[in-house]
Structure formats: structure tokens, C-alpha cells
Design a protein around this ligand. Sequence first.
Ligand code: SAM
Ligand code: DTB
Ligand code: SF4
Length: 342
Amino acid sequence: MAAMSEIRHDWTRQQVLDLLGLPFADLMQRAHAVHRAHHDANAVQVSTLLSIKTGGCPEDCAYCPQAARYATGVDAEKLMPLERVLERAREAKAAGATRFCMGAAWRSPKDRDLPKVAAMIQGVRELGMETCATLGMLSAEQAQTLRSAGLDYYNHNLDSAPEFYSEIIHTREYQDRLDTLGHVRHAGLKTCCGGIVGMGETRAQRAGLLQTLANLPEHPQSVPINRLVQVEGTPLAGTALLDPFEFVRTIAAARILMPASMVRLSAGRAEMSDELQALCFLAGANSIFYGEKLLTTGNPDVLADQQLFARLGIHAMQITETSGTAHFEIVEVTHAGDSVAA
Ligand code: SAM
Ligand code: DTB
Ligand code: SF4
């Protein structure tokens, strides 16, 4: 195995920009070497998403089909009943997902909703899957409550560079996001935190997002890199499309900056060719959302993903339960008998 890269939290903007600007082959070679040193390059972790509370959101995130203020055709629904959530989780497990991520179109959860979400988390865990939730901003106490319910991961994205943020969201501050991430870490939850590219940002602003992620007190254990899904009715519909190679560069730089993290090739795969996805895996992406739907928009169907994995010789990571502790771990089998916990 190649030498492990140092885990750093002191990246300068210029260093990240320099990475993004390397000749493509040099960047890919460097990212792939880091990837191999820290992970099984042929294993991809699969998570399934479910929108447990869809639409009607009071926030104004310019990319989001669930903001009540944009006419996107997404109707506001109530919180999904527990049994339906568990039914969907069972289906996800049967299809091979190891993590089940529940998303709600909330600015932040109301305290009266938390016991209902806690019951969902407990139920999903009992099925033998890792749990993740993305419910908006959290207080320190709410993060603790979710942890006590057995939540493994909390997804809360930075979404963009600090200096681009005010062009995308006006109803809450960048600092609010950093505060929520602090509460999540302090509660002992693992963080899933990334952003969106293709929103009309510059390369320097993509570098700003990556730099901020890498310089967090702890690297997020999962880093979702979303390519903007353009939805008619949102302010970002019609944004000039990002050069696909620039997207691959972003994945490669994320891999170099956060060597031990799982980098997720997240939203936007339905609009990507198999070849582009393969380049992203080569650049260090080792996690995907699996299942026909993200929250409200489409994702490649399960069969297409299984075929893509087979064509590329990729296997889905398996879940193991650490004896007696009700603690799940995804295990990346690197060589026969040689396991690396992710
Ligand atoms: N409401 C909560 C929040 O915003 O924190 C949780 C759900 S929200 C839909 C989770 C994330 O989905 C956003 O932070 C954003 O990164 C991503 N997302 C939403 N709409 C998207 C789109 N059209 N394209 C790509 N990513 C998107
Ligand atoms: C993340 O980074 N991407 C996911 C998940 N975390 C919650 C959401 C993608 C949403 C794409 C638009 C939609 O389906 O509504
Ligand atoms: Fe609401 Fe989350 Fe969509 Fe923003 S991203 S509008 S907070 S659901």
C-alpha cells in the first residue's frame, strides 16, 4: 500500500486552487494515489435517500425544488408515518444499501417532531443499516437527542464557498451552518458535509468550498459533492452547465484534501454518462446515492447502477456489526483478509 497522506486542516486557498489547476493527468494520478493509500479503490459505499417530509420549506435556497416560494410542482406533504419509512428502509436494504438517509424540508426540526424522527432512526437501525438524517439547523440539545436515538450520521452541507453563499441563500447565514456542524460533532455524531457545484461559481469559489470543508476541526466522515440538479421554477434553472472535467477535478481535489473521508458522487448522476461517473470513481469518489429517487428528483435506477458496478469491477461495501455494541461499521476489504474501517 502506498504511504498514507497526512491529514491536514491548514490548506490555503492558493494551494487548493493550485490542485484544481494541475494538468488533468497529474491531478488524477495524485488523487488516485491518495485514494489507493486510504481505501479499496474498487469498493463503493451505497446510501439510499428518503424524503420523510417533502416540500413547503420556508427557506430560499436558490437551487432547491422544495422551497415553498418557488413554483416547482413539488407539493408540501406532512411528515411520513413511521411504518412507511420502515417499509422503504426494508426495500433499500434488500436492494443492497448500507446507509439510510432521511431528509426533511425543514429550516430546523420542531421539538415536537424529534420524537417521531427518533422512532424512525431506532426502527431503521434495528433493520441493520447505518442511519443518517438531514433536517436543517440543529441546536446542541437536538443533536444530543438524535445521537441518543442511535443516529450515526448527520448531513448538513456548507453548499458553497463563504463568499458565494449570499448569492444562493438569504434566509440563514454561513455561520449558522458552521454552528450546526459544531453541535453535531460535539454530540458524537459523524458528519456528512459537502456542497453543490455548477451553481455558476468560479473555480476560486469551488476552491473556497473545498478549503472550508478541509479546514473544519475534523474532516467530515462523508463528503457529498452534488452537481446542481437544475429544476424548473428555481432561480438557478438555466445556469450555464459546468464543464464535466471541472466536476471531476473537484472530486479529485476533495479526495486529496480529505484522504480518509468517503467522497460521495452525490446528486446529478442521472444526468451523467457512465464514462463521467467512472472518471469520478477514478478520481476518488467512493460513495453514491442508490435507488431511483434522491429527495424529489431522479437518480439512476438500481439495475443501471448494478450494471455499471459490474462493468467497472466495483463492489458495494458491506456492513458489519461490531459485536454487542449495536455499533455498525462499513468495512472496506482491500485485499484478501486485509480490512480498513471507513
Ligand atoms: N432542509 C435541510 C437542509 O437544507 O439542511 C435538509 C435537506 S436539503 C434538500 C439537503 C441538501 O440537498 C442541500 O443542502 C443541498 O446541498 C442538496 N440539494 C438540494 N437541492 C439540490 C439540487 N437541486 N441539486 C443538488 N443538490 C441539492
Ligand atoms: C446531499 O448532499 N445531497 C442529497 C442529500 N445530501 C440530502 C440531496 C440531493 C437533493 C437533490 C434534489 C432533490 O432530489 O430534491
Ligand atoms: Fe429548505 Fe433544505 Fe431546500 Fe433549503 S435546501 S429550501 S432548507 S429543504
